[in-house]
Design a protein around this ligand. Sequence first.
Ligand code: TYM
Length: 350
Amino acid sequence: MSETIQNNQTGQTPQAQPKRKRILSGIQPTGTPTLGNYVGAVRNWALLQNDYDCLYMVADLHSLTVREEPAALRRRTRELAALLLAAGIDPVNSVLFVQSHVPAHTQLSWVLACNTQFGELSRMTQFKDKSAKHPDNVNGGLFTYPVLMAADILIYNADLVPVGQDQTQHLEITRDIAQRFNNLYGPTFTLPEGYVPAAGAKIMSLAEPAKKMSKSDPNVNSFVLMTDDRDTIVRKFKRAVTDSEGSVRFDVQNKPGVSNLMTIYSAFTGKAMADIEAEFAGKGYGDFKLAVAETVADALVPIQTEYGRILADKAYVDGVLKDGAARASRLADRLVAKVYRKVGLLQPER
Ligand code: TYM
């Protein structure tokens, strides 16, 4: 990539030489983000901003693959943008935008869909899982979901994609699509790498620790939301499923509940599992759960305060998103024009 992300406020590129690598990631505005979303992805988005050119996106088009109440989707899209800002996304150095505000994503998606095989989309585990969950609505968008995600990433020639473990299969297909396109039409796309955190790439449900923590889980005690207050966080961790052994020991196979809590604790404190085991040696699960809950609350409560402040300023949030869409579109439109030319679409007169 030769172009860098322009900063509209200063009119300058945010970094001097040498050129920094580029990051793109996204999150769907379906429900409020959980602790899993935060630890697996959003927290890293904020941390990576100093070292990379970052584009972060509210993936509203992806949310249409499940039925959404239109007014709620609109409201949650703005809320999620505010929450990302509260979690530390800097809208000056990074580009924060809403996916549907940059039409080039869907334009590229069609071309990529024509270069993706039915067989490879059929193998996507998320498609199989979501089809099983919503058997009454196995729509075409659900099937081609990974193609739109590939377009999101490839359209910016992103080098790195910070995501949780559940998205790694989608990254693999993105690379396959890019590689195939490059072989057919000549070098066009960067092959992106995933950035999956060492601790917390897959935070599990507090109620059923064999399952991923998910905001769409009908059991509200299975997840902690980024907006849950301290009392709710403490209550949910107190109820978290553990085991009857009574010792804080990391053993995912035999002690999935305790191991999940240890992973969460480790993700927030940076402590190694052995140190956590030593810290709680001889103590009961009650003390341990309270320590995890307090640590999580200490991290989330300041974000919540900031969230309330930012969300109250609707004009500010909308202004950030408008600026973000303009900056993203400049990059994305150029790439789409290049791809359209390469695949043989006649360019319109300008
Ligand atoms: P979404 O909205 O389901 O989740 C957003 C991010 O949170 C991570 N995540 C988790 N990490 C750890 N533990 C969990 N329990 C957990 N649950 C969710 C996800 O891995 C993800 O990184 N398809 C994407 C959105 C998307 C996207 C993109 C991502 C659209 N286009 C382009 C990256 C690049 C999704 O549904 O994420």
